[in-house]
Structures are given as structure tokens and as C-alpha cells.
Ligand binder design. Structure first.
Ligand SMILES: C[S@@+](CC[C@H](N)C(=O)[O-])C[C@H]1O[C@@H](n2cnc3c(N)ncnc32)[C@H](O)[C@@H]1O
Length: 232
């Protein structure tokens, strides 16, 4: 089974488990939205429809939060799991958010366009490190000048000991939040596909891709929000 098959299999129940499995849900997604919002608000102020590309959009969680925070955006969603994308398209259509859903692999050429923001949540860590670096370059290339890239991501600890600590803390938190044994086992089965990288490596790759104002805007154990801006 591939990673996208694994997500397709849980598309119908994915949303309900998110607040348990991402214990810092509000701050994590909320920070990603705030990092992405300035160029979108600037486009609206200039009388343009802001264009957003969401990589590994899944059921559209981040796209929905972003379109609620900045009404008027147009979303392009990319994902390799058609059932996840279908849920996302349904949510966005129900809220009247203009969008297109593109069934593609993250290694494929990105949908053509000039995006004010390229965003991603909990998807890039499924790529190997060369794939992440290449994707960061391609994401930077499709950004408009002053456009922002933001990746709300699951990261590796900087040392094996810290990585183990991240896992202990995450497991304790999700149990506190009500994850049962089945949910934890299913989540761990999906995590076999994870290839997280450290914050330091990923910020370096964002710089290699030509972005500036690179930062880790939020971090709580294994959950981090990284991003940067394409210079004018
Ligand atoms: C954990 S979900 C995150 C979904 C959404 N961004 C969110 O925050 O809830 C990861 C998503 O990335 C997609 N994905 C993983 N690897 C992919 C790849 N190589 N190409 C396309 N999509 C991929 C999966 O299908 C899944 O929908």
C-alpha cells in the first residue's frame, strides 16, 4: 500500500481524528494561516484574487482555515489521494470557495500559475530528503514576487534522543486527548511512510530554493511551521 492509498482509506474519518492526533492543532494551523495571509491580503487590497496552491491538501483542512481567514482567495489543491481530494472539494464547494482539485504526485510538475502563497501541511514529510529539496525549489519557482511559502510540518528531532522524546510526548498527549488503541495503531501504521527532516535542514533547503525571511514560526515538539518569502 502506498502513502496515498493509506490516506484514501481513511478519507471519510480523517477530519474527526485531527484534533486528537495534532495536539497543538489551533496554534499549528493558525500560525500557518498567519504566515500565509499577508500577500493574500495585499492581493485583495490591489483588487486581485489571491491565488493559493496547497500541496498535499488532503481533505482541505488548511485550505478551509485559510479561506475563512482571508475570504476571496482561489485555491488550487494538489494531492495523490483522490478520495481525500473529493472530501476537500466538497468542503470548499459547500463554503463557496473557488478552487480546482488536481490529482497528482508531489514529484510531478506543479500546476502552472503564479501563486501569492504556496502552503502545505503534514504532507512534505512523506517525501525523501531529495524530494523535499526539489519540491521547495519548484514551490519557490511558482511563487509571485513577495509570495510566501509555508509548510506546517512534522519534523525530526535534531538528535535521535530528542526524536524519541518527541514520540513519547506525542503518544502521551494523544492518549490524554482520547485516542484509543485502534486509532493509535492506525496512525502508527501510516507513520511507516514518514521521512521527517530537521528544522535546520529544511530551513537550509528553503534558502537554497531562493527564499528569504526564512523562519521556524512555530514549534511544539514534532510539529513545526516553516516558511519564507520569494524576494521581489
Ligand atoms: C497527513 S495528510 C495532510 C492533509 C492536509 N494537508 C492536512 O493538513 O490535514 C497528508 C496528505 O499528503 C498526501 N500525500 C502524501 N504523499 C504524497 C505524494 N507523494 N504526492 C501527493 N500527495 C501526497 C496524502 O495523500 C495525504 O492526503
Amino acid at each position: 500500500m502506498s502513502v496515498t492509498d493509506a490516506f484514501d482509506a481513511v478519507a471519510g474519518s480523517y477530519d474527526q481524528a485531527r484534533r486528537r492526533l495534532v495536539p497543538c492543532f489551533d496554534a499549528f494551523y493558525g500560525t500557518a494561516v498567519e504566515v500565509a495571509a499577508p500577500p493574500l491580503r495585499a492581493a485583495l487590497a490591489a483588487g486581485r484574487t489571491p491565488e493559493v496552491l496547497d500541496l498535499g491538501a488532503g481533505t482541505g483542512l488548511l485550505a478551509l482555515l485559510l479561506s475563512a481567514a482571508v475570504p476571496g482567495v482561489r485555491m488550487t489543491l494538489v494531492d495523490g489521494a483522490p478520495a481525500m481530494l473529493a472530501v476537500a472539494a466538497g468542503h470548499l464547494a459547500a463554503r463557496g470557495v473557488p478552487h480546482r482539485a488536481v490529482h497528482a504526485d508531489l514529484a510531478d510538475p506543479l500546476p502552472a500559475g503564479r501563486y501569492d502563497a504556496v502552503v502545505s501541511a503534514l504532507a512534505v514529510h512523506h517525501l525523501d530528503d531529495d524530494g523535499k529539496r526539489a519540491l521547495y525549489r519548484r514551490a519557490a519557482d511558482v511563487l509571485a514576487p513577495d509570495g510566501v511559502f509555508v509548510n506546517a510540518e512534522q519534523v525530526a528531532g535534531p538528535t535521535p534522543a530528542l526524536d524519541r522524546r518527541y514520540d513519547e510526548v506525542w503518544t502521551a498527549r494523544i492518549v490524554e486527548l482520547g485516542s484509543d488503541a485502534d486509532e493509535i495503531a492506525a496512525s502508527r501504521a501510516r507513520m511507516r511512510f514518514d521521512r521527517p527532516a530537521t528544522v535546520a535542514d529544511q530551513c537550509h533547503w528553503l534558502g537554497e530554493a531562493g527564499l528569504v525571511d526564512i523562519d521556524c514560526f512555530f514549534k511544539e515538539w514534532r510539529f513545526a511551521v516553516l516558511g519564507g518569502r520569494r524576494p521581489r
